[in-house]
Design a protein around this ligand. Structure first.
Ligand code: MN
Length: 130
């Protein structure tokens, strides 16, 4: 089991379960949060190595949340991958502007998610031995 911890912030239970299954099978530890406030709290307490951030969350959307992470001491460097079903042009730019490091389109591709996560960890120099 690796000590790399991924925080999945996602309001949809099926998607959380999917992410958990895929990433645990690859040896990552998966933490879950269902909305912005609990995601912020979990991140501050758990200091995850990477955050998978659903953009479409109730109340506080993922863009707002990403900006908050970037303004929270200790969380500024944590890589964030935005996850969204929205295929509107400009979403990628919006997520990057909000402070995300990358962008994953829903539906989540079971075969590609592990490599997308590893790439984000490597890009930000986070990856240890998996
Ligand atoms: Mn959602």
């Amino acid at each position: 089991m690796s000590d790399i911890r991924i925080l999945c912030i996602e309001d949809n239970a099926e998607n959380r379960l999917l992410v958990r299954r895929i990433l645990e099978a690859e040896g990552f530890s998966v933490l879950e949060a269902t909305d912005g406030p609990s995601g912020l709290e979990s991140a501050a307490q758990m200091r995850p190595d990477l955050i998978l951030l659903d953009i479409n969350l109730p109340e506080m959307d993922g863009y707002d949340l990403a900006r908050r992470f970037r303004n929270t001491p200790g969380l500024q460097q944590v890589p964030i991958l935005a996850v969204t079903a929205n295929v509107m042009q400009g979403d990628r730019e919006r997520s990057l502007e909000a402070g995300c490091d990358g962008y994953i389109q829903k539906p989540i591709d079971v075969d590609r998610l592990p490599e997308q996560v590893r790439a984000a960890l490597q890009k930000t120099g986070t990856e240890r031995q998996v």
